[in-house]
Write a protein that binds this ligand. Sequence first.
Ligand code: GDP
Length: 699
Amino acid sequence: MRDYPIEKTRDIGIIAHIDAGKTTVTERVLFYTGVSHKIGEVHTGDTVMDWMEQERERGITITAAATTCFWTPTYATGDKNQKYRFNIIDTPGHIDFTVEVKRSMRVLDGAVVVFDGVAGVEPQSETNWHYADEYKVPRICFINKLDRTGASFEKSFDSILDRLTPNAIALQIPIGLEAEHEGLIDLLTMKAYDFTGEMGVVIKEIEIPENLKAEAEKRRHDLIEKIVEKDDALMSAYLEGKVPSLADLKRVLRKATLAVELIPVFCGSALKNKGVQFMLDAVVDYLPSPIDLPPVKGIDPKSSAEIERKPADNEPFSALAFKVATDPFVGSLTFFRVYSGVIKRGTYVANSSKNTQERVGRIVRLHANEREEVEEVEAGNIAALVGAKDTSTGDTICDIDNPIILESITFPEPVISMRIDPKTKADQEKMGVALHKLTEEDPTFRVAGDLETGETIISGMGELHLEILVDRMKREFGVQTNTGKPQVAYKETIKKEAEAEGKYIKQSGGKGQYGHCWLRVKPMERGKGFEFIDATKGGSIPKEFISPIEKGVKEALSRGVISGHLMTDVEVTVFDGSYHDVDSSEIAFKLAGSMALRAAANLAKPVILEPIMKIQVIIPPDYLGDITGDLSSKRGKIEEMSERGIIKVVDAKVPLSEMFGYATKLRSMTQGRGSFTMEFSHYDEVPQSVSALIIEGKK
Ligand code: GDP
């Protein structure tokens, strides 16, 4: 049985630039939601501090992939005194972990974007904002830290308008700034409030200060115009001089926010306990419940047809695993979001991504101060499986009889590889376990064995990413390792279609070997990987030898044909061959498959691919010429040059192999005044001259 109606659920994330106050805002949210029934009571300093201390000790609240809490809106219209369930999905602040940001965007329905009221929009806020746009995440903004010296609501709000979206609208203005920051004015109701009592739990209505009346009126006027623009009926009434009712304004604003056409902006100071409760009311008023979103789409694994699941309990169960984490008390936790149906403890579900089954053991939901064991989880909710065996990040779990593969989170490809060796024999075994755990947690981290040398190769998103993982192996798993130099993860592909045969035949006395196949290779779109098709007819090759051929093909692809790198984006069809009643074996067909692949790929114009990075360099104008010149000399393509105030911004695409050590170079070229960000863009063919260097192992 469902304990909360789905329309009273909000799956949200709190997104912020590092240091903007995400942790503080989250702590306040958990505090207010935990004590909301006590609003109005006076808390002593001790209880508050105890609460915070305990939170920190448990350490689960702010680091949990998802935390559940309940909020009873006080000032939201229409829904007063009804409890809402908020599932707060953790989003990382650090830009090196774009993957984490993307993965959380995939499972949250709405977001609160927190800004520093002194700095306004910062570079990383822009990156995160673009991700939210990519996933069409409805959002509200919270301009925080208005108590800090130098805080300006106006400047911060304008920076949102200038740099993020012209559709931001202010729903509040602050009363007082810096040390005088006291409360705020709600522009929809034209009421003013201040926050008193321990942790600001007492919200009092006050008079709008005389000196702010004119500004509040003006901003309210702007706000109403922006809202009525979104609704024809309201617009015509407004043009005839009718001021829309509060309920109408909120209804239209909610609709426009859900469509990402308007973005409501709120403000306050989390540290000084001002404004957070109104922001929570706004989550209820303006951010979507799971049923406000379209049905989730996926693929039927049997027919490959596109199918849908509605966010309802009576639909077949479907859920996406979005994070695997290790909890010090219960072990491995696999966090999942249920899109449709219900998952029950003690049953079996399918892991359709891996074509396996998973027994549903214990299920837990994490709250600020406890882990709650639950019997079932319904559509729209978030919880974690304890000790799931096979399910990793991005996998779909679903009803066994009604399988679906949900659109997986698309993760960028690893672009850097590095050799890793255990220091001692004892480390060897532990290293295997640690690598396995880490790859389960992080889909952009891969491990492969080099077949020729027997070395272990790890790959990831950048030098820093691999450094952190190696460090985690040491600290969390106690594994000491030696690592090689980071290398660019080149790949190979083919440029045209070709056919070739592979024969592995040995028939000289005794039982021989006989494997023979014809393969056709065809280029596929970039990023499509590998596809294997069996088009043999009339039993030219018995069915049981097809899969050994595929194995042989995969093995050959893993080493490529020019440079020893993985060959990708190839469709391989086996269309003919022959066999021998006695001498044919799996191993013979596997070898024939490898040979045929290599022969066909060599005829199909094989080329080397390299990762191209999207970079953004931010510099004072004096250095513009030097920087763009340098990027061009690195085979970079300048995509855009723009200005941000007096600062210049250069967007470019540059091959990763040219970017090693760029941080140091940029620092010296700009006397430490330039900065840059870099992320993977795509794989592209390398020019002939570079190709030769790669083959010789010089690059
Ligand atoms: P995060 O990195 O985004 O999680 O930010 P934190 O919540 O850790 O905050 C970074 C710093 O800003 C800490 O020193 C906080 O105490 C401080 N801070 C957070 N919110 C406020 C606020 O509203 N006002 C002021 N003055 N400082 C704040």
